[in-house]
Design a protein around this ligand. Structure first.
Ligand code: FES
Length: 102
């Protein structure tokens, strides 16, 4: 299982094992990562799973994710991602994501 590091709003680094096929949001909420709320349950509507990619590579965001980042998310950066829209794969081992402030 890929190990994803989430940097919580207070700077705490949390290493989370993600099951291939689940979203990174689901992995984060299972591990109680601070700041990942996931109010909409993973349907790309709330942006409360917003993180910044710090290290590693991820597949490009699809249109729905990009639109929600543009119109709903706050404090966006070029590296903004919605973790509910990212499906874990073995290739993501070592990815580091910083939880966005809200
Ligand atoms: Fe709502 Fe990701 S959980 S946008």
């Amino acid at each position: 299982m890929p190990l994803i590091t989430f940097v919580e709003p207070d700077g705490t680094r949390r290493d989370v094992s993600a099951r291939p096929g689940e979203s990174l949001m689901v992995a984060a909420t299972r591990a109680n990562v601070a700041g990942i709320i996931a109010e909409c349950g993973g349907s790309a509507m709330c942006a409360t799973c917003h993180c910044y990619l710090v290290e590693g590579t991820l597949p490009e965001a699809e249109a729905l994710e990009a639109e929600t980042i543009e119109f709903v998310a706050q404090n966006t950066r070029a590296t903004s991602r919605l973790t509910c829209q990212i499906t874990a794969t073995a290739a993501m081992d070592g990815v580091v994501l910083e939880v966005a402030p809200r």
